[in-house]
Design a protein around this ligand. Structure first.
Ligand SMILES: Nc1ncnc2c1ncn2[C@@H]1O[C@H](COP(=O)(O)OP(=O)(O)O)[C@@H](O)[C@H]1O
Ligand SMILES: [Mg+2]
Length: 285
């Protein structure tokens, strides 16, 4: 059996076999990587039909009356109390607010990494709350890129391979995904580091690497939770510049969570949360 690039596989050829091979066949490591990157499981089954699209105007993200309640034993924590917002295609939005105000919860639900308790999220016209797990994983892999504070690069993979991971799930032929990875590595300014391991890079470089990886499948939406939270101010500023460039060059819609008001000011728009609700613009919270 051969894969798209003609490489012979002993058994179970395809992206899952590729992925396992890239981890030396270590299933636990592969699953850990999956959880970190996609929150789902890989599938080698035929592509499902495209999710049904609803009309959401020109808004690539449309959130309506979103609610999230966490249950902790008998206690209930209302993390989101009815959030509605719309984000235009190609917009760069900063989500701000005090610690515990619900920023991460909102970003995770928009990205399909967590389920809402009520309300809807349309991404590119798709009601993601209605997708089953397999369809949701696939949708996330194609449409959404994630960047986190602590990078979540695989420590034992070189930069180029780390960057290729989302392409393995998308069943992109090996040569093509490597070419895409190298192009993005160049785009984020790391072309002289493509053979490096994460531990051989600085924090700012690791975050650039994570951004390159998030862009591999040309997602329409890039979500980043405190992407500068672990960086000094100069490295943080250059990450924000990189987001601006990505929006301008690829038209990617970008939503970042940040504590840093100075960085937030550089986005096209700021949305502030307080106690699980959006603070109306003009109100100081
Ligand atoms: N997994 C969870 N279980 C229980 N409560 C949670 C969980 N995640 C978040 N919360 C609570 O929900 C609220 C919002 O949290 P979060 O979205 O992480 O805020 P932020 O990112 O703005 O700091 C907080 O009160 C937090 O304690
Ligand atoms: Mg948070």
């Amino acid at each position: 059996m051969t894969d798209d690039t003609g490489v012979l596989h002993r058994d179970g050829a395809g992206p899952v076999a590729d992925f396992l091979a890239s981890f030396g066949g270590d299933v636990d490591a592969a699953i850990a990587a999956l959880r970190a990157h996609h929150g789902g499981t890989p599938t080698a089954s035929p592509a499902p039909r495209r999710p049904r699209r609803e009309r959401s105007g020109d808004h690539i993200i449309a959130v309506t009356d979103l609610r999230k309640t966490y249950r902790m034993g008998r206690q209930r924590v209302a993390a989101l109390g009815g959030v509605s917002l719309e984000i235009d295609r190609g917009e760069f939005v900063a989500l701000t607010g005090a610690s515990g105000s619900g920023k991460s919860t909102l970003l995770q639900i928009i990205g399909g990494l967590d389920k809402a308790s009520g309300g809807t999220v349309l991404i590119d016209g798709v009601d993601i709350g209605r997708l089953g797990d397999a369809k949701l994983s696939r949708f996330r892999n194609r449409t959404i890129g994630f960047v986190f504070q602590f990078f979540y690069l695989q420590p034992f993979l070189r930069l180029v391979t780390n960057t290729e991971v989302p392409g393995m799930f998308a069943r992109t032929p090996r040569k093509q995904r490597k070419a895409q990875a190298l192009r993005l590595i160049d785009e984020v300014g790391l072309s002289d580091r493509s053979r490096h391991l994460p531990r051989e890079m600085s924090g700012g470089q690791m975050q650039r690497a994570a951004i390159a990886r998030a862009l591999l499948n040309q997602p329409a939406v890039l979500l980043a939770d405190e992407p500068t939270g672990n960086l000094d101010s100069a490295a943080g500023a250059s990450i924000i510049e990189l987001f601006e460039r990505i929006r301008d060059e690829f038209g990617t819609t970008i939503v970042i969570v940040t504590h840093d008001d100075e960085l937030a000011q550089r986005a096209d728009r700021t949305i502030r949360l307080s106690d699980g609700l959006i603070v109306p613009s003009g109100v100081v919270a």
